[in-house]
Structure formats: structure tokens, C-alpha cells
Design a protein. Structure first.
Length: 833
């Protein structure tokens, strides 16, 4: 067998965990799977046949150290080492012994010859200090001698939690090794299994932002990983090439359901719910970095970006400040804007001359004409605070100007805080004045003697309808709605300053809420609505300060506290992440379960060995015994997708395993040969409704395989020749079917030539025959938006094509002349129906 044929094998990306090569290949790779997992704790062993044709020596390899956030005496259990390698096609292998023995392989990496160094995650490591040795073999089977690279100490391995972010009802924690663990409502980002390989710390996550239902993580290389509700920013596939780190992302901002990322070149990338700022195409030329964006502010549904020249660019829902055209001449940078205050409905910008410009909903502070003479800069404004309904500006003379919903006020102020409809200000003498809705904290007469400045208030925290103030002696004063934390009498002896309170975190839900206070000794005191974290009695022994709590994060109904040893304690609403027991582990140690997927009635967890454990309602997928042999970790499961009552797991060899309700996609036997990994599945899209659900899988060759309920798109046989990969499918959109009421659904796939293929329930947009000539790619379709039962496609010439239920937007004939491309349509927004 010529060496050229053998060499070709090294250039091929190995796609299967366990490979069997023909016996007549005398010189080749022998793949022996210790475990088919590709995580650091499970490393595949690859033995290279001895070579007599040449020795590359050992000078070609050099350790460049352990990739951040790792260190040579580290807190990470599976470190990543960077090795300088030859500019040759080949394979780098790392060992824990000086003979580079196959049995002691701890990592490997294929090298394509175009890089100077590679990073390798180490696995199969024992406790204590180990030496790391390396060997490189090129495509001609020339190899280096075994050479010591570095040393690593695992005697103190752990996964300490560094920080926690929260969506409305899920949490995401960054660990010391740069990996991320999530829990809470799976639909809101509590399940990150679909991106588990991107969050495993190989490239460390440095920060996380959250909308109501999704997360966005910035990694050390400047790339961004998203997960959670696709409509709330959990799906960033449409801008993936802009978030891959080629131009690093430095910061991320969010509205309720969309994200905006600023990159190092000053450009901005947006995604998520289009009408809430996820689509910035209307102002794309102003966000392309030609004039760099320096900071972004957000209301509930719109963004405002300050650029380097002091000008402001806005986008999103016009009712929430996305349209600033009425004040465009004041935001053009002639007088530069230095900062912006934003709340739910409106913006207020401070300019360099101390004047203020406002826009957005006039009823909520977008119109400041009634106080324009007070905001013109004659007496400069220094800071602005907002609540849901109004703004309050502090001027250089200590006076306060308010606008929006009517509130009266006077006095010299240092800072202002807000609930949903009330304000509380700390004045220069440490006293507090409140105004606004009395039931939401605007009336503080019951605690007036504690707010008179005799003991100065230093900081104030708010829920939806209550305040809590920390005083200079470490005591806490509360007022407002008792169900939101305004009444702390049950824990008054714990908040009297005997042990100083150092910080307070609030859970704020609609009309209710709770507070959690960290005291100087590391203990935590809670009060407010018991179902939202006000009652922590179930974890009181873990919050008593024996192990000090260092920080607390809140979701929409629960708390998560990080302790000094890196462990995490949760309490509050279980549906908001207050119960992390479903992980069956503590969050401070190496644990068996890595990610959990959920549907309406069951859970499925991926374990470190790549196997799956499922529980819950058997009909919903809680019983996976029928496919247990396929989920035992022999071939790793890497991601799980879910309909309402079924699961679909993608394995590391590109195959798919399904279980759960057959009418929801739990039975894929009819397409089993298409999902066996012969052609890798790269992504799965799911849709569900009250009667059933379906999956659609895009494969590596651009073909699409579907299964599940026919009325939801599970049967694509009528368009099978259009989905066979001869014209690659690049994206799939589904109708927005409500999970508990939708009687059907449909899919729409954009192909590489710009044509569109549809299938599923005909009443839900699955039949596009009436507009087939408009979707054939003659004029390419660039994007598709859906309501519950209809689709709208934007084409390259700016025209729009619609189909589906006429009552849900499928019939646009009444405005056809406005959608014909004469004036190009750049963006489409959709309601639920």
C-alpha cells in the first residue's frame, strides 16, 4: 500500500468514534475507544504504526502554556494546553508518560498544516501532578521523538462558580474553567445541551447576557454562543458568521427579546425578535463601524446606540423609542450625547451641554416638553433615573426635574431609585423622600422615622412594588407592597444591624417579589412572597454563613447564591430555576450530568460519559428504555432537541435517536436509515402544537429529513426531491404554533439558490403552490418570517411574497403595490397570528 494512500487517511476528519480499518492496511491508524466521548474526561486512544522512514526529532514541538483561564496549578479538572506544532499535515498526540505509550494517551489533535499552534483539551487524568509528553506524526508517517511539554497539578481540581446570569426563569453559571452550566426552565435557556460543546470551556466563556428567554455568552476568542428561546435571541444562526470571533464581540446588550452586540471595529450585530431590536437592517449603514458605536442602551423593545461622534442611532419598536426621527436633529452629534437613561417605554439622553433630549412613548416620559425649559442645559443635568412610567433628572444645583406620569417633588438629591410606578430618592443628608403610586412604594410614612436621615440611608433596592434601604449602621428598612417585600417584620431582628447587611438582591415579578440580603458574616436573610424566594427555609442551613455567600443572582421568580467554596444554592419558584435538584448533584463538584433538556412533561439529561438518562411522564419521553442501548454512551450524545412530548438526540457520529410520543416525533423508524449517521445530521428544528409535533433535520449534504405528525410537517414526501440535497437547504423556518392550541404547523426551507420549499399543514402555510413562481429562486428569497399560520418572504429585490392563512397575513394582495420592490422592503415584523 503506497504511503500516499495512508497519508490521505490522516487528512480526513475522522467522523466515527470507533473505526475499523481493512486488515490489509499494514500501516495506518488504529482507533481504540476508551470512550467514544470527545470531552476532556473521555479521550479516544489513537495508535500510530511505528515508522522507519524518518524521524522528525523533537525540536518541532514546544509548550505555549495552558490556555486561559487555566494555569499550571489550576482549578480546572480538564485543562487545555497549547502546543507549537510544525506547519505540516499530521496528528499531535499527548501522553502522561515519557515513552508516549498508547495506554497513557491523554489528548490528541489533527493538524492541517496551516497553523503554528493547536490547543488540546486533556483527559484521562489522574489526581495529583502529572508530566505531559508529546509526539507528532506527519502525513508521511515521519514522527518526532517523545518530548516533555509541561506539567499540570490536579490535586485541587474543582469547578468553582464565578458568576451567574438569569433570564426570566432560568440561570446560567460561568465556572472557573470557563465552562457554563445551566438550569431552570428549558425553554428559557435552562437547557443548553444544543450548544454544550461550545460551552465546555475549551474556549472559555467570559460573560453572559440574558433576555427574558435566552442567553448570549461571549467567549475568550470574541465569539458568541446563544441558546434558549429562538424568538428571544436563543437562535443567532442568521448572524453566525458575524459572531464567530473573526471580529471580536466586546459587549452585548438586550431588550426583552433581542440582543445587540458591539464588536471591536465599532460595528453592531443584532438578532432575536425582529420588532424588538433583533433586526437593525433599517439602520445597518449607521451601525457598520464606519462611525464606531461606543455604547448601547435599551428599553423593553428598542435600542439606542451612542456613536464615537456623539450621535445616536435607534431601532426597534417605535412605540418604545425605536424611532427617534422627531428629535433626529438633536441626536446628530452637533451637540454630543454622553449618556442615555432608558426604562420600559422611552429614552432620555444627556448631552455635553447638560441638556436632555427625550423620545419614545409620550405617556411614559418620551415627551418632556412640559419641562423643556428645565432640561435645556441652563442648569446642567448630571444624572437621570427612570421607572416604568417616568423620569427624574438631578441637576448640578441639586434640584430634581420629573416628567412622564405626574409626580411632585423637591429637594437636593444624590441618587434616585424606582419600582414600577414609584420613586425613592436619597438626599444629601441621608434622608429618603418617596413619591408616586402609594401601593408600590410611593408612600413611606409608616417608616418615616427610619428614613429621616438620623441614620443615613446609603443604598436602595426595589422590586416591582416595594423598596428596601440599607442604612449606614448596616440595618435595613422596607416599605411598599408586603407581597413584594415591603414588609420585613418577620426577619426584623436579622436586619437590625447587629450583623451588617452588605448587599441586597431582588426578585421582581408582576405585582409580587422578594428580597435576599447578604450579611457581613456571609449569611443570607430573605423576605417577601414565599413562592418567589421570600422563603428560604428549605435551604436555611446552607445560607447560615458556615460557608459564606459571596453573591446572589435573581431570575423572575428565584434566587441562586454563590458561596465562597464555589457551590451554588437555589430557592424560590421551581419553574424559574429555584429547584436545581433535578441535576441530582451539587454545583460545586465534578458531576455526572452535564446538560438537561425538558419538554412539557419529561426531562432528558446528558451525562459526562455521553449517555442519556430520562425521567418524567413516559408518554412525553420520560421513559427511554426502548432506545437505551443507543443512549448508553457508546456513541456520545452531543445535543437534544424537543417537541412538546418527544426528544431527538444528535450523537457524535452524526446519527439521531428519538423517543417519546410518536405523534410528536418520538418514533423515527420510518426514516431510521436516513438518521443513522451515514450522512451526518448537523441541526434539528422542532415544532409542536396541541395535537402533535414534528422534527426536521438538516444533514451535512444539505438534505432534509422529517418525521412526526404529518399535519405539523412530519411528512415531507410530497417535496422529497426538493429536499434531497441536490440544492442545499441552508435554513428552515416554522410557523409560530402555540404549544397548547396550535392544530397544525408548517416548515419553509430556503435553499442555496434562493428558492423556497414548503410542507406541513396546508392551512398553516405548508402549501405555497399559489406563489410557487415567486419562490422558485429566479429572484432569490433572503429571509422568511412567520405568524401562527402564514409566511412572508423577502426577496433580493426588496419585494415580498406571502402565503398561508389569509386571516393571519397569508394574503397581501391589498398592499401588493407596496410590496413589489419598487421601494425595497428590508424588514418584516410579525404578530403571533
Amino acid at each position: 500500500m503506497p504511503n500516499s494512500i495512508i497519508a490521505d487517511n490522516i487528512a480526513m476528519k475522522k467522523k466515527r468514534c470507533c473505526c475499523v480499518w481493512p486488515k490489509f492496511l499494514l500501516l495506518t491508524f488504529l482507533a481504540i475507544a476508551i470512550s467514544c466521548g470527545k470531552r476532556g474526561v473521555n479521550v479516544e486512544v489513537i495508535e500510530i504504526a511505528p515508522n522507519s522512514s524518518g524521524d522528525l526529532g523533537s525540536n518541532l514541538l514546544r509548550s505555549l502554556g495552558f490556555a486561559g483561564p487555566y494555569s499550571s496549578v489550576g482549578s480546572a479538572a480538564t485543562p487545555v494546553i497549547e502546543i507549537e506544532v510544525p506547519n505540516k499535515l499530521g496528528i499531535l498526540q499527548l501522553f502522561s508518560d515519557s515513552n508516549c505509550s498508547r495506554s497513557n494517551l491523554i489528548g490528541y489533535k489533527y493538524v492541517d498544516g496551516s497553523v503554528d499552534s493547536v490547543r488540546v483539551r486533556l483527559g484521562n487524568l489522574s489526581e495529583g501532578s502529572i508530566s505531559i509528553y508529546a509526539k507528532f506524526t506527519d502525513k508521511d508517517l515521519n514522527e518526532t521523538s517523545c518530548k516533555k511539554m509541561d506539567q499540570y497539578d490536579l490535586s485541587n481540581k474543582n469547578y468553582q462558580i464565578q458568576s451567574i446570569a438569569a433570564s426570566y426563569d432560568a440561570f446560567a453559571a460561568i465556572r472557573a474553567d470557563g465552562s457554563v452550566v445551566t438550569w431552570g426552565n428549558s425553554a428559557s435557556g435552562g437547557d443548553s445541551s444544543a450548544v454544550s460543546s461550545d460551552l465546555d470551556g475549551t474556549t472559555a466563556v467570559t460573560s453572559i447576557s440574558a433576555t427574558f428567554g435566552a442567553f448570549a455568552a461571549i467567549r475568550a476568542d470574541g465569539s458568541v454562543i446563544t441558546w434558549g428561546d429562538p424568538s428571544m435571541g436563543g437562535d443567532s444562526s442568521s448572524v453566525s458568521s458575524e459572531l464567530d470571533g473573526t471580529i471580536a464581540v466586546t459587549s452585548i446588550y438586550k431588550t426583552n427579546r433581542a440582543f445587540a452586540a458591539v464588536r471591536t471595529d465599532g460595528s453592531v450585530v443584532t438578532w432575536g425578535y425582529s420588532s424588538e431590536g433583533g433586526d437593525s437592517s433599517a439602520v445597518s449603514s449607521e451601525l457598520d463601524g464606519t462611525t464606531a458605536v461606543t455604547s448601547i442602551y435599551a428599553t423593553s423593545e428598542a435600542f439606542a446606540a451612542i456613536r464615537a461622534d456623539g450621535s445616536v442611532v435607534t431601532w426597534g419598536d417605535s412605540s418604545y423609542g425605536g424611532d427617534s426621527s422627531s428629535v433626529s436633529s438633536e441626536l446628530d452629534g452637533t451637540t454630543a450625547v454622553t449618556s442615555i437613561a432608558a426604562k420600559d417605554y422611552a429614552f432620555a439622553a444627556i448631552r455635553t451641554d447638560g441638556s436632555v433630549v427625550t423620545w419614545g412613548d409620550p405617556l411614559y416620559g418620551g415627551d418632556s416638553s412640559s419641562v423643556s425649559s428645565d432640561l435645556d442645559g441652563t442648569t446642567a443635568v448630571t444624572t437621570i433615573t427612570a421607572n416604568k412610567y417616568a423620569f427624574a433628572a438631578i441637576r448640578t444645583d441639586g434640584s430634581v426635574v420629573t416628567w412622564g406620569n405626574s409626580f411632585g417633588h423637591n429637594g437636593t438629591v444624590t441618587s434616585i431609585y424606582a419600582t414600577s410606578s414609584a420613586f425613592a430618592e436619597i438626599r444629601a443628608d441621608g434622608s429618603v423622600v418617596t413619591w408616586g403610586d402609594p401601593s408600590n412604594g410611593g408612600n413611606s410614612t409608616s417608616v418615616s422615622s427610619e428614613l429621616d436621615g438620623t441614620t443615613a440611608v446609603t443604598s436602595i433596592y426595589g422590586t416591582y412594588s416595594a423598596f428596601a434601604g440599607i442604612r449606614a449602621d448596616g440595618s435595613v428598612v422596607t416599605w411598599g407592597s408586603s407581597s413584594a417585600g415591603g414588609d420585613s417584620t418577620s426577619v426584623s431582628s436579622d436586619l437590625d444591624g447587629t450583623i451588617d447587611v452588605t448587599s441586597i438582591t431582588a426578585v421582581s415579578a408582576s405585582s409580587v417579589g422578594a428580597f435576599a440580603a447578604i450579611r457581613e458574616d456571609g449569611s443570607v436573610i430573605t423576605w417577601g412572597h414565599p413562592s418567589y424566594g421570600g422563603d428560604s427555609s428549605s435551604v436555611s442551613s446552607e445560607l447560615d454563613g458556615t460557608i459564606a455567600v459571596t453573591s446572589i443572582t435573581a431570575s423572575g421568580g428565584a434566587f441562586a447564591a454563590i458561596r465562597a467554596d464555589g457551590s451554588v444554592i437555589t430557592w424560590g419558584s421551581s419553574s424559574s430555576g429555584g429547584d436545581s435538584s433535578s441535576l441530582n448533584l451539587d454545583l460545586d463538584i465534578d458531576f455526572d450530568i452535564t446538560k438537561i433538556a425538558k419538554n412539557l412533561g419529561a426531562m432528558a439529561a446528558i451525562r459526562t460519559d455521553g449517555s442519556i438518562v430520562a425521567w418524567g411522564n413516559a408518554y412525553f419521553g420520560g421513559d427511554s428504555s426502548a432506545v437505551s442501548l443507543d443512549l448508553d454512551g457508546t456513541i456520545d450524545v452531543t445535543r437534544i432537541a424537543a417537541t412538546n412530548r418527544a426528544f431527538a438526540a444528535i450523537r457524535s457520529d452524526g446519527s439521531v435517536v428519538t423517543w417519546g410520543s410518536s405523534t410528536n416525533g418520538g418514533d423515527s423508524t420510518s426514516v431510521s436509515s436516513d438518521l443513522d449517521g451515514t450522512t451526518d445530521v448537523t441541526s434539528i428544528t422542532a415544532v409542536s402544537g396541541s395535537l402533535g409535533g414534528a422534527f426536521a433535520a438538516i444533514r451535512e449534504d444539505g438534505s432534509v429529513i422529517t418525521w412526526g405528525h404529518p399535519s405539523y410537517g412530519g411528512d415531507s414526501s410530497s417535496v422529497s426531491s426538493d429536499l434531497d440535497g441536490s440544492n442545499n437547504v441552508i435554513s428552515i423556518t416554522t410557523t409560530k404554533t402555540p404549544p397548547f392550541s396550535g392544530m397544525g404547523a408548517a416548515f419553509a426551507a430556503i435553499r442555496a439558490d434562493g428558492s423556497v420549499i414548503t410542507w406541513g399543514g396546508s392551512l398553516w402555510g405548508g402549501d405555497s403552490s399559489s406563489v410557487s413562481s415567486d419562490l422558485d429562486g429566479t429572484t432569490a428569497v433572503t429571509s422568511i418570517v412567520a405568524t401562527n399560520t402564514a409566511f412572508a418572504a423577502i426577496r433580493a429585490d426588496g419585494s415580498v411574497v406571502t402565503w398561508g392563512n389569509s386571516t393571519s397575513g397569508g394574503d397581501s394582495s391589498a398592499v401588493s403595490s407596496q410590496l413589489d420592490g419598487t421601494t425595497a422592503v428590508t424588514t418584516i415584523y410579525a404578530t403571533g397570528s
